[in-house]
Write a new protein. Structure first.
Length: 333
C-alpha cells in the first residue's frame, strides 16, 4: 500500500512539475537565450522548456496548435512576427506593470513587449572613399562603390529594412533603391559574419548589416571570430531619422492559450529586468530597453541610438509578404 501511495505521490509531483514548467517558443537563438533561461530557472525555481525555430515557423506552428499549444511565451526576433501573432489573436493582454517596463516601442495593443533593439546600419572600412552619403537612399548614386558593397538579401533584418523602406518611402522608391543597388553589383552573402570579415580584409568597402555584427568582429563576444579583433571597420552614421539607421525591435508576448500566464508574465518581467537587460547589452551588444541600463562603451548611449533611428509604426513590419514579392520581382529572393 505504501509503495502504491509513494508511486502515486511521485506521479502527482511529476505532473505538478510539468504543470509548472514554462514553455517558451523562441525565434531568438540558443546562444543568446540559453544563459538567460538558466539564470531564470536558478532564481525562480521554475523549470523552462524552450522550442527553437525561425519566427515564421514558430508563428505557423502556433496557428496550427491553436488552443492546444503547449507554449506559454512567444519570444521573437522581429516585430513583424509579433504583430502577426497579435492580429491572429494569439496573445493575451499584458498587465500595465509589465507594459510600463520598456522605455520605448510598447505597442498600442498592449499584447507584447519590446525586449531589445538592434540597429540596421552601414558598416564601412576605415578610410573608405568617398565618405558615404547622409541618407541610405543616396547610396545607389555613388558610382565609385560599384563592386565594393556587400549585402545579405535573404537575411531577416534585411527583409525588415526593405519592409520599412516600402512603408516609409513607398513601393516605387523601394523598388528603385533595390534596382539602383543591384546596378552597383553588390556581393551577396548568406550570413553577416563572413561579410564583415570580408570587409575587414578589404574584399569590400561597405556592408549593409546589423550594428552588433560590426562590434562582434571588432571587439569579440559570444559569436565572434577572435582573429578579426580590432578590425578596421566602423559604423557609418546616416543623418538622424534616416531609414538607413533603423531600430529593429525584438520582443515577447504571453499566449492567450497559456494556462500558466502568471509564470509567463514573470518571465517577461525577467527579460526586462536589470540582469537580463545588462546581459543583452554586454554579451551580445543589443540595445536594452529598460531605462538606465548601463551600456558598454562600444554601444552608442541609448538616447543617441533612439534619436538616430527612423520611427516606423510596428504595423508596417507585419507586411513582409509584399516585401518578398518585391524582392522576387527584382531577382533578389
Ligand atoms: Fe542577426
Amino acid at each position: 500500500m505504501r509503495r502504491v501511495l509513494s508511486a502515486f505521490l511521485f506521479l502527482a509531483l511529476g505532473l505538478s512539475a510539468l504543470a509548472q514548467t514554462l514553455v517558451v517558443y523562441s525565434g531568438r537563438s540558443k546562444v543568446l537565450v540559453d544563459p538567460l533561461i538558466r539564470r531564470f530557472e536558478a532564481e525562480t525555481g521554475i523549470p523552462v522548456r524552450v522550442r527553437y525555430g525561425k519566427d515564421a515557423q514558430l508563428f505557423q506552428l502556433l496557428l496550427e496548435e491553436g488552443r492546444r499549444s503547449p507554449a506559454d511565451v512567444f519570444w521573437a526576433n522581429s516585430v513583424g512576427a509579433l504583430v502577426r501573432a497579435e492580429r491572429s489573436g494569439l496573445f493575451a493582454p499584458l498587465a500595465p506593470e509589465v507594459l510600463k517596463l520598456p522605455v520605448r516601442f510598447v505597442p498600442a495593443s498592449g499584447r507584447w513587449i519590446p525586449v531589445t533593439f538592434r540597429m540596421r546600419v552601414l558598416a564601412v572600412r576605415e578610410g573608405v572613399s568617398p565618405e558615404p552619403p547622409s541618407s541610405v537612399l543616396e547610396l545607389p548614386k555613388v558610382a565609385a562603390y560599384a563592386g565594393r558593397v556587400g549585402w545579405t538579401p535573404r537575411y531577416s533584418s534585411f527583409v525588415d529594412f526593405v519592409t520599412a523602406l516600402r512603408g516609409v518611402h513607398g513601393e516605387a522608391e523601394a523598388r528603385e533603391w533595390l534596382l539602383g543597388m543591384k546596378a552597383l553589383r553588390p556581393q551577396s552573402y548568406a550570413a553577416n559574419v563572413p561579410m564583415i570579415l570580408d570587409l575587414a580584409r578589404g574584399a569590400i568597402d561597405l556592408a549593409l548589416t546589423n550594428h552588433y555584427y560590426v562590434l562582434r568582429v571588432r571587439y569579440g563576444d559570444l559569436k565572434s571570430a577572435p582573429k578579426a579583433k580590432g578590425a578596421p571597420v566602423r559604423v557609418h552614421a546616416f543623418a538622424d531619422g534616416d531609414v538607413g539607421n533603423l531600430a529593429l525591435v525584438t520582443g515577447a508576448g504571453v499566449l492567450a492559450s497559456s494556462t500558466r500566464s502568471a509564470l509567463a508574465e514573470r518571465f517577461l518581467r525577467f527579460l526586462l529586468g536589470e540582469e537580463a537587460q545588462r546581459f543583452f547589452a554586454e554579451a551580445v551588444h543589443e540595445y536594452p530597453l529598460r531605462p538606465n541600463t548601463p551600456t558598454p562603451p562600444v554601444l552608442l548611449p541609448l538616447e543617441a541610438a533612439l534619436r538616430k533611428s527612423r520611427w516606423v509604426d510596428p504595423e508596417v513590419f507585419a507586411d513582409t509578404e509584399a516585401t518578398l514579392r518585391l524582392l522576387k520581382e527584382v531577382g533578389l529572393y
